[in-house]
Design a protein around this ligand. Structure first.
Ligand code: HEM
Ligand SMILES: [Ca+2]
Length: 783
């Protein structure tokens, strides 16, 4: 066949045949389906189309939830080397026509009035009961030696605004429950999010967005031109699939049989094992940077007492459950079996677990619970700068700088007055950060230090180049540059090593030459519940239980420390050699591979506070997924186009044997657990389910963020000039480390900061080597 003929045939197939097949199928439902109702799964026999008919867009399956819905038809299409689906609904399950028909069936005004009244009464009752309960000393965690205290320090982001929005969220949730009970809204409408027109009793205040600002707002508002709250702090997590709440609105999921799910600790102790499996290529810096990214974009706001004190759901540090009359409504404590292989010996029966607050929808509508994010959803260094004006002003110094604690000539983040660390002994240090969680583990504090120093380094240079700028200008320009540097390191260095080349290509995550034209105002950048409670928590598997501190000058190892001794105990930062040594250690030491093994430093001793036991982060992850109503693992396999597991024996024998001891049905498996059991995608370190969820998240961060560093002046009010962008794209983490180290022991650095320093080709080079390029800040001199 001649080339001409081939092209002609292809043209006829794509333009004529594909749309005809689709049209025919839209009217003929005889194609093969398996399963029933909500779970029906469509197998498409035709070869994929190259262009989608009827204005459909070819997207990765994870971005088109409608394709797993019974009755919908989404033909397969070609997407950069993989098969995607033609999507007609965007990221929603429901089609336009369903939205229109729902809008035309207004809810009876009487039902609305009753739901508002009932909802207010219920909230009053709950708040009053909770206030009375919290008078009881057993109901709060105040003792800093309790393991729950460290957990609370890791998650608390209490302030008056969060508390008031949280109450509004509950109010609207109760209204939804009432409307559902009165059958004024159907279960389907609730799950499909067809509730736009259901005004709830609470309406969150809307931000006022003036003309497009050159700088990102501190709280993340006013980014999207029409949906000003998308991605803002204290707004709800979005979801890839509708929630699985046993009551359709907030109650924790049950097993497929209707029985309660196995306790999260039972699952953790059967499936999450202890053992060391060092990664052959990636180092601990990869792990640490992952947590640094996570803290920027996701921080679930947990219910607390009115003054921010932690709620306790267990008696005497886990000796038992509290009696029902003393159990706060936000409690979902985790049961420990009497014969638990670890906690059994300490006669613990209960792990404290407090649920995440609910965020009210920005359009005041009611619906199922969406949990509240205490960080701005964008990667914008909110954990460095804060997410509120007040926090930012407490961190700022004169001259456009960030405050520091100058410790005998070394700049560290400023000391905090708040009780954020476990030790308050004389000489102990505890540091400030934008999110109040910078002390969680000392290697995280090191990254906060490096970024704080980078801000001040760039600010001083800008101020010297532009002597007419006032300190505000210096500060905001510097913040804009740091945000761009950080985004570039994520997209250029970290994500490719996480996701592998094919996923990066499919989701168009690679930095472009020059400006990127990928801005899509329809893309909602908000964090998904699945990302925050499961996929991004792959990181808990790569943590090593011990951190080795080398001593290059002495030619050996200075010390090896168990990680539980480094949590909320950052005083070592004050030692002159420590920062350099830890940076070298993080480059040299391998991280662990992603598998169902989690160090006992996280799964048994986390935040032990001197006790012989701590809390179990693996159990907490599982419970957090249930708290957020995340569906079971199989549903996400279906979403990304993989076959589901119908029998435990389809898992590798070792996993099958363990799964069967805890779960009744493969459809019950928790997403975090299932994801960790997968083999990595080629060139990636995680399996396909986590890879799709994470790639989708960072694609929406890129395409749905007007201020994304690569977006040009046509869409981005804070765009860089082409020559400035070129400089930003030279930045690597290796350069950041070199420019901001103490230089006492760290004199050379592996160019690829996330790969082991012992890998051929990644040997450390002197910090002034051109192998680690530098950004030329003179491009930021104003003409
Ligand atoms: C270095 C040791 C680490 C410790 C001690 C730690 C500890 C914790 C704790 C206590 C939570 C809160 C759990 C909850 O209540 O739901 C959490 C959440 C989380 N962690 Fe880690 N983590 C570590 C490393 C990492 C790493 C390396 C990553 C990713 C690469 C990661 C990703 C996350 C994410 C995404 C969340 C959810 C945040 C939220 O939305 O609230 N963590 N971690
Ligand atoms: Ca952020």
């Amino acid at each position: 066949m001649s080339l001409y003929n081939f092209i002609l045939r292809l043209f006829v197939y794509v333009v004529v045949v594909c749309p005809v097949i689709v049209f025919a199928h839209a009217h003929d439902k005889s194609y093969v389906t398996h399963g029933q109702g909500h779970n029906a799964h469509v197998h498409i026999k035709e070869p994929p189309c190259s262009t989608c008919p009827r204005h459909g867009h070819c997207v990765p399956k994870v971005q088109c939830p409608a394709h797993v819905r019974s009755g919908s038809y989404n033909p397969a299409c070609h997407l950069d080397g993989v098969v995607g689906v033609c999507c007609f609904t965007g990221r929603s399950h429901a089609t336009e026509s369903e939205h229109r028909s729902r809008a035309s069936t207004a809810i009876n005004i009487e039902d609305v009035k009753v739901s508002h009244r009932q909802s207010r009464l219920k909230l009053e009752d709950w708040v009053m009961t909770a206030a009375e309960q919290l008078q009881h000393s057993m109901m709060t965690v105040t003792n800093s030696t309790s393991p729950s205290f460290g957990h609370h320090l890791s998650v608390v982001s209490h302030d008056a605004r969060a508390a008031s929005l949280g109450r509004g969220g509950l109010l609207n949730l109760f209204a939804a429950q009432e409307l559902k009970a009165r059958q004024a809204i159907s279960e389907d409408d609730l799950l499909l999010g067809l509730t736009e027109n259901t005004d709830g009793p609470f309406c969150p205040p809307q931000p006022t967005c003036v003309a497009p600002n050159r700088y990102r707002s501190i709280g993340g508002e006013c980014n999207n031109p029409t949906s000003s709250t998308w991605g803002a702090v204290l707004t709800g997590y979005e979801r890839l699939l509708p929630p699985d709440y046993s009551d359709g609105t907030w109650a924790i999921r049950t097993a497929k049989s209707g029985a309660p799910l196995p306790s999260a600790r039972t699952v953790s102790s059967a499936l999450v094992l202890e053992g060391s499996h060092p990664h052959p290529t990636h180092n601990l810096m990869f792990m640490q940077f992952g947590q640094f990214i996570a803290h920027d974009i996701s921080a679930g706001v947990i219910f607390t007492a009115d003054n921010g004190t932690a709620i306790s759901c267990c008696m005497n540090d886990g000796e038992d459950f509290l009696p029902p009359e003393l159990t706060h409504f936000a409690c979902a404590p985790i049961a420990i079996d009497a014969d638990d292989q670890f906690y059994g010996q300490f006669r613990r029966k209960c792990i404290n677990f407090v649920r995440t607050q609910i965020a009210p929808a920005h359009d005041c509508s009611v619906g199922y619970a969406k949990q509240m994010n205490g960080a701005t959803h964008y990667p914008d260094l909110s954990h460095l700068y804060g997410s509120t004006e007040e926090k930012l002003s407490s961190l700022r110094d004169a001259g456009g700088l960030l405050k520091v604690f100058n410790d005998y000539g070394r700049d560290l983040p400023p000391l905090t007055e708040r009780k954020e660390c476990l030790s308050a002994k004389e000489g102990a240090a505890c540091f400030e950060s934008g999110d109040n969680h910078g002390n969680q583990i000392i290697s995280l504090t090191v990254l906060h230090t490096i970024f704080t120093r980078e801000h001040n380094r760039v600010a001083r240079a800008l101020s010297a180049l532009n002597p007419t700028w006032d300190e505000d200008r210096v500060f905001w320009e510097t913040r804009r540059i740091l945000q761009a540097e950080f985004q570039h390191m994520i997209y250029n260095e970290w994500l490719p090593l996480l996701l592998g080349p094919q996923t990066i290509k499919t989701f168009a995550l690679s930095p472009s030459e020059g400006y990127s034209s990928s801005y899509d105002p329809q893309a909602n950048p908000s964090i998904s519940a699945e990302f925050s409670t499961a996929a991004m928590r792959f990181g808990h598997s790569v943590v090593d239980g011990r951190i080795t501190i080398p001593s290059p000058n002495m030619g050996g190892i200075y010390e090896t420390i168990s990680i539980q001794e480094l949590m909320f105990q950052p005083t070592r930062m004050r030692l002159r050699h420590f920062l350099d040594r830890l940076l070298i250690g993080l480059s040299t030491q391998p991280m662990q591979i992603v598998d169902p093994y989690v160090t006992e430093g996280l799964s048994r001793y986390m935040f032990h506070g001197g006790n012989p036991y701590g809390v179990d982060l693996a159990a907490i992850n599982i419970q957090r997924g249930r708290d957020h109503g995340v569906q079971s693992y199989n549903q996400y396999r279906k979403l990304i186009g993989l076959d589901i597991f119908t029998d435990f024996q389809q898992f590798p024998p070792n996993a099958a044997k363990r799964l069967i001891t805890v779960y009744e049905n493969p459809d019950d498996i928790d997403l975090w657990v299932g994801g960790l059991l997968e083999e990595p995608v080629e060139g990636a370190i995680i399996g396909p389910t986590f890879a799709n969820i994470i790639a989708d998240q960072f694609a929406r961060h890129k395409h749905g963020d007007r201020y994304f560093y690569e977006h040009g002046p046509d869409v981005n009010p804070g765009a860089f000039t082409p020559s400035q962008l070129e400089e930003i794209k030279k930045v690597t983490l290796a350069r950041l480390i070199c420019d901001n180290r103490d230089g006492i022991e760290l004199v050379s650095q592996p160019p690829q900061a996330f790969l082991r320093a012992d890998l051929p080709g990644n040997e450390p080079v002197p910090c002034d080597s051109t192998i680690i390029p530098s950004m030329d800040l003179s491009k930021f001199k104003e003409d």
